[in-house]
Write a protein that binds this ligand. Structure first.
Ligand code: Q46
Ligand code: ZN
Length: 298
């Protein structure tokens, strides 16, 4: 690990990752041992490793798998669900499975097509649906916190995109912890300081079976382009990605980066259909989208 000027053997690496995770959980005040955690698991290396680490650290963590119905080509949803179920069963863990098609009558690619959002790619609709469903399940089942497996490469790519566009509202909300509000669980990213290759190494050394393929729609996405650009920078300057992200968090914390405080939260009201807080007039964006696609079919 050139960025840390550190080299570890397998045995010590498998201790180092959970120790560091515990340190980040404490540093960013993510959650306590008596809180109930819901881990969003996709069958990929990051989310399964996160679940593995939290259990190792003695936290009460259950899993949530969202069936998106993306089965073009490589049977992505089917395969990732199978691997997630196998992981849960072999570690004796509780897993909630929510299938979008069963809940809303149509899988993600169909909702995307019918709602005419996202210029032919389902990712915008998929992201909206994932956020909505994760929030809904966490609230309905009484979890205190929702944990996702975003790693440093994910976070740096998002930060890079938000910085290129100077998207101040997104920058204000980005960080390892998004505090909860009435009706919304706190969101945390305990792996946000680990490089993607560190998580791959952890998953492989721990013998976790995960889905290697990316979702077929990830191909050619902007976030992959940003990741590749940052990787070039990282090759030339080891540690650049970590410094980019950590210095952003520092600047944000010191209050030097943004003078305006976020006033958006004050305008939230519960969506009349699902009850989740929203800032859009009347129903939240997800419920509006579902209503529109359902009325088109009927
Ligand atoms: S799952 Fe969904 Fe991603 Fe697939 S459709 Fe796009 S957003 S790429 S992380
Ligand atoms: Zn709603």
């Amino acid at each position: 690990m050139r960025q840390h000027k550190l080299a570890l053997c397998k045995e010590h690496y498998l201790e180092w990752i959970p120790e560091q995770t515990a340190r980040f959980i404490k540093k960013y005040e993510m959650f306590a041992h008596d809180e109930k955690i819901l881990v969003a698991v996709s069958g990929g290396k990051d989310s399964l490793s996160l679940w593995h680490i939290l259990i190792k650290l003695g936290y009460q963590a259950d899993g949530l798998y969202l069936g998106l119905g993306i089965d073009e080509g490589i049977n992505y949803s089917h395969e990732s669900q199978r691997l997630t179920e196998e992981f849960a069963a072999s570690h004796n863990l509780k897993l909630h499975i929510v299938d979008i098609e069963k809940e809303y009558g149509q899988p993600i690619p169909v909702i995307a097509e019918r709602s005419h959002r996202g210029h032919g790619k389902p990712c915008a609709v998929c992201g909206l649906a994932k956020r909505h469903e994760m929030n809904r399940i966490a609230r309905d089942l009484g979890y205190d916190v929702l944990a996702t497996g975003h790693n440093l490469d994910d976070e740096a790519a998002v930060l890079f995109g938000n910085t290129l566009n100077w998207s101040s509202e997104y920058l204000l909300r980005q960080g390892p912890v998004l505090p909860g509000t009435a009706g919304l669980a706190r969101k945390v990213k305990p792996l946000c300081r680990f490089y993607e290759r560190e998580m791959t190494a952890y998953a492989i050394m721990s013998g976790i079976e995960y889905i290697y393929e990316e979702c077929p729609f990830a191909d050619g996405s902007q976030s992959i382009f940003y990741k590749e650009s940052l990787n070039q920078l990282e090759t030339a300057r080891p540690g650049a990605k970590l410094i980019f992200y950590l210095n952003f968090l520092e600047a944000k914390k010191s209050g030097k980066l943004f003078l305006e405080k976020n006033v958006e939260l004050a305008n939230l009201h519960p969506c009349p259909r699902c009850g989740q807080p929203t800032s859009t007039p009347d129903q939240c964006s997800f419920c509006r989208m579902i209503e529109k696609t359902q009325s088109e079919t009927g």
